[in-house]
Ligand binder design. Structure first.
Ligand code: NAD
Length: 443
């Protein structure tokens, strides 16, 4: 049985710890936030991630996983220490490595024996070398350390599935024994395994996320052309997506990309490139298109309603994506802020993210369900395409509203069905030339 320590009980650390325990290793999770530790000790998972609570509780009950704030205890007998702490952006876009540095220093100072340090956090090129320097300089008792890069590609909301069924496992480093030992930890998982040098592993993660963002921004540019051409971008994406050369994923036009990863990793890639004097005109355009999408949604709403001053606008979905409670750089934050700037009262409902959202957007009225959001609203904006929003009684929703206007910023609904339910419907790039002001249409 392998002994693994995981540093950081966030989305990646929790999933890594629970999955390795489930694969049969003994896992210690080291976290600095006392509230998180207390919840985890009680078997409660502090984030929403389907399948994770059951997996955590099962492995906790069977004694394969524990959580601590004490590095000495957490690293006792460990063969591997996975660093899974956050790497937020600084103002300049530079990835901030303070948590990685601090974790590396603590590992070096408290390790009870030789250790393979594995960097799972998304870190810029050269960080594995930096961490090697930190653990070498701060190491005590003459223990040897090897540092390996093992970027994580999981998606929130599908994180347990993705960890157990990854599209690829990447292990980068210069010490072949350490690389092989980390690769063996994933032995029970059936997936392509790529070993490489640590810099390639580090850059491959930024390039992957930036490419996903690029696809979405490309489709948003196409959506503008579709809107002006009477063409539905959803059909265009379906046709494009059948091409074996590139597939269907990340071709959905809409409100753009948000969340804890894509925005910061795109900024990080630009920073990395430009600090090496490598221009990034394409990636900068990808970012610019994304910054514009919330304004496009507000423009559509204004064309339908006229002035937004004093209007009540209902938001369906607040988290950055369905299946997650994560509000980091959620697009709803930008939409709500623009609506409030225009003098709107905003009402909202989200199945999972309302507690966090309420701290970030205190002026919003939070509702118990979607019908309460619709009641008396002048318009609705679908922001996060949760499954439960697909099954709404749209006739009932429309009948509750002051004006039955829906701006579907994720293209979740069928325009014809929405029209039949009584909605004045506007998607992103659905080719519907925007009608006259809705107030003229519905009196
Ligand atoms: P997170 O912010 O949810 O969690 C980080 C955790 O680390 C927090 O609980 C924090 O308290 C803890 N922490 C910070 N410093 C610590 C220290 N010195 N010792 C112990 N614990 C410490 O972050 P996350 O979303 O899990 O992301 C972690 C990394 O993984 C980031 O680099 C991110 O880019 C990358 N990543 C994230 C995802 C994702 O979907 N969230 C996917 C792939 C990769």
């Amino acid at each position: 049985m392998r002994n693994i320590s995981v540093i950081g009980a966030g989305y990646v650390g929790l999933v890594t710890a629970a999955c390795f325990a489930d694969l049969g290793s003994r896992v210690s999770l080291i976290e600095i936030d006392p509230k998180r530790i207390a919840a985890l000790e009680r078997g409660q998972i502090p984030i929403y991630e389907p399948g994770l609570p059951e997996m955590w509780q099962r492995n906790q009950a069977e004694g394969r996983i524990c959580v601590t704030d004490n590095y000495i205890k957490g690293l006792l007998g460990a063969d591997f220490a996975f660093i899974a702490v956050g790497t937020p952006s600084a103002r300049s876009g530079k990835p901030d490595l303070k948590y990685v540095r601090s974790a590396a220093k603590s590992i070096a100072e408290t390790a009870s024996g030789p250790l393979i340090v594995v960097i799972k956090s998304t870190v810029p090129v050269g960080t594995t070398d930096l961490v090697t320097e930190i653990v070498t300089n701060h190491g005590r008792n003459g223990h040897s350390f090897s540092v390996v890069s093992n970027p994580e590609f999981l998606r929130e909301g599908l994180a347990v599935f993705d960890f157990m069924n990854p599209t690829r496992i990447v292990v980068g480093g210069s010490n072949q024994n350490a690389v092989d030992a980390v690769a063996r930890l994933y032995g029970k998982i059936d997936s392509p395994l790529i070993t490489c040098d640590n810099r390639t592993a580090e850059l491959s993660k930024y390039a992957s996320n930036t490419f996903l963002a690029t696809r979405i921004s490309f489709m948003n540019e196409m959506a503008n052309l579709c809107d002006e051409s009477g063409v539905d971008v959803v059909k265009v994406a379906e046709i494009m997506g059948l091409d074996r050369r590139f597939g269907r994923g990340y071709l959905n036009a809409g409100l753009g990309w948000g969340g804890s990863c894509l925005p910061k990793d795109v900024r990080g890639l630009i920073y990395m490139a430009e600090s090496r004097r490598v221009p990034t005109p394409l990636v900068r355009a990808v970012q610019r298109i994304n910054q514009h999408q919330p304004k496009l949604v507000i423009d559509k709403l204004q064309r339908l309603l006229g002035s937004l001053e004093g209007k009540t606008v209902g938001i369906l979905g607040l988290s950055f994506k369905p299946g997650s409670d994560d509000m980091r750089e959620a697009r709803s934050l930008l939409v709500v802020s623009l609506l409030e700037e225009h003098g709107c009262q905003v009402k909202a409902y989200d199945p999972m993210a309302m507690d966090t959202a309420a701290k970030l957007m205190p002026k919003v009225i939070y509702c118990d369900d979607t019908y309460e959001v619709a009641n008396g609203s002048d318009a609705l904006i679908l922001v996060t395409e949760w499954d439960e929003f697909e099954k709404l009684d749209m006739r009932k929703m429309a009948s509750l509203m002051r004006y039955p206007v829906m701006v579907d910023s994720r293209n979740l609904y069928d325009p014809e069905e929405m029209a039949q339910a009584g909605f004045v419907y506007e998607g992103i790039g659905r080719g519907s030339s925007v009608p006259a002001k809705v107030v003229d249409l519905v009196g």
